[in-house]
Design a protein around this ligand. Sequence first.
Ligand code: NAP
Length: 257
Amino acid sequence: MSARLTALITGASAGLGEEFARQLAAMGCNLILVARRGERLQLNAARLQEQFQGIDVLCIEADLRRTEAPEQVYTAVRERGWQVDYLVNNAGASGPDFFGDQAWSDHLAYLRLMQTSVAELCHCFIPAMVGRGFGRVINVSSALGRIALANNCHYGPTKTYVIALSEALGLSVKNHGVHVTALCPGLTHTDFHATAGLDDLKQSTPSFIWYSAETVVREGLRAVEKGRLVCVSGRFYRWLDPLLQSVWTRWMFLRAG
Ligand SMILES: NC(=O)c1ccc[n+]([C@@H]2O[C@H](COP(=O)([O-])OP(=O)(O)OC[C@H]3O[C@@H](n4cnc5c(N)ncnc54)[C@H](OP(=O)(O)O)[C@@H]3O)[C@@H](O)[C@H]2O)c1
């Protein structure tokens, strides 16, 4: 394997993860692509290796709702003797209805995808980054992690956790050459809403509050390089965020939400 930096990206079969893979490959990184749909990972890998000659790509099929998945990813990486310099915890989906009729095991599986797997992959890979004195970690959160909304009892709170975890980790390792950033996108053009059965949202909301995956990923990579703990991406959401956080205005959003 060549002496390039290596980026591990979860949820690399579509959307933001696919774009992270493209931009990191363009920076010259080797890639470790993780998701459930192995065929899509292989297709993305082939396309990127054709476009960015000389990069190595490892595809790992894993369902991060499963307890053992992060450990299996870690083992697969170690067995091949690869190290991880960029960790992008991006995999995610909309969750089960908190008051719906799904079994609690479905809720737990969702919490593993959105929270536990993020923490465990950080736990697996950050210590070696600290040892080498270099690492970049992006945990993909959401603008919805910045404010509570009714009927959003799982998705928003899991993203709030990701922000809190990233801030605590970032503060812990910043003096060791390792930067950790929680990336908070707003509405972004990916497969996310179609998968969640929310296609209508694009028609019912103004186009200026939607951003491209290219913009979100570019801003996230720039933020982690600068050592920012939290990056709210998109001009509109950066304007909105201080209003969501301020004690003077937050109550209005909570009342409306
Ligand atoms: N799009 C938005 O408006 C938006 C806004 C804020 C935050 N986000 C966040 O951005 C991240 C990426 O979402 P996206 O918008 O790019 O959506 P997307 O196009 O639907 O992609 C989601 C990715 O996550 C992977 N994934 C889902 N469940 C998984 C599982 N159980 N195990 C492993 N991988 C899994 C999917 O791969 P497989 O299906 O192949 O497993 C896919 O690669 C998510 O964390 C999401 O919450 C999105």
